[in-house]
Design a protein around this ligand. Structure first.
Ligand SMILES: Cc1cc2nc3c(=O)[nH]c(=O)nc-3n(C[C@H](O)[C@H](O)[C@H](O)COP(=O)(O)OP(=O)(O)OC[C@H]3O[C@@H](n4cnc5c(N)ncnc54)[C@H](O)[C@@H]3O)c2cc1C
Length: 385
């Protein structure tokens, strides 16, 4: 076991950090506030091979793993440009297609997901199901060779920049009983598919949408993987999602901590810089410790996932996501406090991170659902629901 990153990984980290710094938080916020997107950064990251670093080489990817992809996202987040769609497009959708897709599906999607010329959103959340995926009602029925999909999704990120969306539904004969999900790729221009933006208070260029599928006709090969192994396939995508969400949150925490530390070193209102007062230095030191712990768990989860241990990765990915969400929330809050009034100004760019940092406690899986998972799986405690 080595706690030292390989030279290749370090080089990737340095290069991704350099790319992120060239754009920076001002660019990210400006795109968010003007209704723009991070298209230039996305395309450049794609051209450099960063977006597809986890995807198979034979389909245009880098042939590495989630460890590498999450390194890129952490560094972009630390530079102030957390690309949310990296969690979705190459990590969830790319992984599921690479692991379970047919050769034609891989040819159709993976090269574009890898170089960033195609983006795929991911839709599991439904208004009446929420955290309870067993209540999903988006349903596909067979009609000859085709599928006909109907249902509703909510809070789906990035449909406005996506070419397609991977939808978690269920097949008609599996409407009741235990969740038996089936995954469908739906092109965004498919007739019968509409969406509507949701007004959110996050300062982010990645927006959320309600999706409406009204008898959307799909060809047979819209189904990714088998109808019968749906849950396994879904989890294969959800572990990378959690690892990537952790990396995004630790990146955000680093960005906030860096801003706070730089400020308290410079600002003096008594005889020393305010960073000398333990009322500020101790909470910042605590955040540094919790941040390194969260990063370590994220790296462990990625290592387990990349070495093929889906079960071990599941527990570690949940724990990493929990720890990363806590530290990103606390880091941004403490950064606001450290900057005093400036912490709430537009100029210093800290208050604008509050909602986005907090998001990690809610999505892609809430803090409470992670605690339920750990209570039941790691501690063997009974379920309340
Ligand atoms: C910015 C943003 C982006 C998103 N992007 C996507 C996306 O791209 N694709 C997608 O599919 N979804 C996306 N989501 C949805 C996200 O995954 C859900 O919001 C999240 O899973 C929680 O579901 P919910 O909002 O329905 O909350 P609910 O399930 O209604 O939960 C509300 C509260 O109740 C708690 N709770 C529920 N059940 C229990 C229980 N058994 N025990 C204890 N507490 C419980 C929850 O923890 C939470 O605190 C996004 C959400 C946001 C905010």
């Amino acid at each position: 076991m080595s706690f030292r990153e390989s030279e290749e990984r370090q080089a990737l980290r340095t290069a991704a950090a350099e790319l992120g710094r060239r754009y920076g938080y001002e660019y990210y916020v400006q795109q968010a506030r003007s209704g723009g997107h991070t298209t230039e950064l996305w395309q450049e990251a794609g051209k450099l091979g960063y977006l597809g670093v986890n995807l198979p080489e034979e389909y245009g990817g880098g042939g590495a793993g989630i460890g590498e992809l999450s390194t890129v996202l952490e560094e972009l987040g630390a530079a102030g440009c957390p690309l949310l769609m990296m969690v979705v497009s190459p990590a969830i959708c790319g992984t599921v297609i690479a692991r379970f897709g047919t050769d034609e599906q891989k040819q159709r999607w993976l090269p574009g997901l890898a170089d960033g010329s195609l983006t795929m959103a991911f839709a599991i959340t439904e208004p009446d199901a929420g955290s309870n995926a067993h209540k999903l009602t988006t349903t596909a029925r067979r009609d000859g060779d085709d599928w006909v999909l109907s249902g509703r999704k909510v809070f789906i990120s990035g449909i406005d920049v996506a070419d397609a969306v991977m939808v978690v539904g269920r097949t008609e004969d599996a409407r009741t009983g235990k969740l038996k999900p089936a995954l469908f790729v739906v092109p965004t221009e498919a007739p019968g598919f509409e969406w509507q933006g949701i007004d959110m208070e996050l300062v982010s260029p990645d927006r959320q949408f309600s999706l409406f599928f009204d008898e959307v006709r799909l060809p047979a090969d819209a189904l990714v993987g088998s109808e019968d192994a749906g849950l396994l396939q879904l989890f294969a995508g959800l572990n990378p999602e959690r690892i990537m969400a952790s990396a995004m949150a630790t990146g955000t925490a680093r960005h906030a901590l860096d801003k706070a530390v730089a400020y308290v070193k410079e600002r003096s209102v008594w005889s020393t810089p305010i960073g000398a007062h333990q009322g500020l230095s101790h909470p910042l030191a605590q955040i540094k410790i919790e941040l390194e712990l969260a990063r370590l768990m994220t790296q462990k989860a990625a290592f387990l996932y990349d070495s093929g241990d889906d079960t071990g990765a599941g527990e570690a990915a949940n724990m990493a996501k929990y720890a990363a969400a806590e530290v990103s929330t606390r880091a941004v809050d403490q950064a606001v406090q450290s900057l005093g009034g400036n912490g709430l100004t537009t100029e210093y760019g800290v208050a604008s991170m509050v909602a986005a940092a907090r998001l990690a406690r809610v999505a892609p899986v809430s803090r409470e659902m992670i605690l339920n998972f750990v209570a039941q799986n790691a501690l063997g405690l009974p379920k309340s629901y």
